[in-house]
Design a protein around this ligand. Structure first.
Ligand SMILES: CC(C)(COP(=O)(O)OP(=O)(O)OC[C@H]1O[C@@H](n2cnc3c(N)ncnc32)[C@H](O)[C@@H]1OP(=O)(O)O)[C@@H](O)C(=O)NCCC(=O)NCCS
Length: 190
């Protein structure tokens, strides 16, 4: 599926572009120590973000497409405030991930982002099951998933290696028929 264009009440998911502004926005997110605190990598510099965007564009053009790295855009201003990911897993499942610019936290935009990813996974890609793994201390992410209807299925022990240290993950999952989409989500191939 390419290009992806999904709109919610306040946000839209769209493909990344090679424009400098998209790379700047990504670096504004991944360059912040607090934002990456619970992610399995450290802060990322501009050159790394440029490489990441190049990889996203390559993934988007691959058939069959298995990786969706999308810009999270504010619909009113067009500003990129986050990044959202879906990786297909086998025939029927998908794994999601997301990060928002710190200046946008605490206003319900994380929850809307998760719903937009659910629209992509369930409606757009016909997935039966979506999962998200988070660091046990990442309570904001746990809350966002809980609010979107995800259930904790358990702990994956020593699942992620960060700087030579093993970290557990909490695994959350949502099934297609459990998802209760909020009003105002539309999905279109632009
Ligand atoms: C996780 C993240 C996307 C949440 O975005 P957000 O826009 O703040 O999310 P929302 O406003 O929709 O909801 C956040 C919820 O978490 C709660 N919360 C925030 N910090 C919390 C904390 N330290 N402990 C417990 N709950 C917390 C908020 O109160 C809110 O719940 P409420 O609506 O019941 O009050 C954002 O914090 C982020 O980008 N973090 C860095 C990247 C990241 O960790 N990504 C997830 C990887 S698994």
């Amino acid at each position: 599926m390419h290009p992806v264009q999904i709109r919610g009440p306040r946000l839209a998911l769209r493909e990344f572009t090679a424009a400098d502004t998209d790379t700047d926005a990504l670096q504004g997110i991944f360059g912040d120590p607090e934002t990456v605190l619970h992610l399995p990598f450290g802060t990322r510099d501009r050159a790394t973000c440029e490489q990441l965007v190049a990889g996203y564009l390559k993934d988007a053009a691959t058939t069959p497409r298995t990786a969706y790295a999308l810009a999270v855009e504010r619909r009113d201003t067009g500003e990129v405030v986050g990044t959202a990911y879906l990786w297909t897993s086998g025939e029927h499942a998908g794994v999601i991930g997301y990060a928002l610019h710190r200046g946008s936290w605490g206003r319900g935009l994380g929850s809307e982002t998760v719903h937009l990813l659910c629209a992509l996974g369930f409606r757009g890609l016909g997935r039966h099951r979506l999962t998200a793994d988070r660091e046990p201390l990442n309570e904001a992410s746990g809350r966002v998933l809980e609010k979107a209807g995800f259930t904790v299925e358990g702990y994956a022990r020593e699942n992620v290696l960060v700087d030579g240290e093993w970290h557990d993950s909490v695994r959350h999952a949502l099934l297609e028929y459990e998802w209760q989409p909020p009003e105002g989500i539309t999905l279109a191939e632009a």
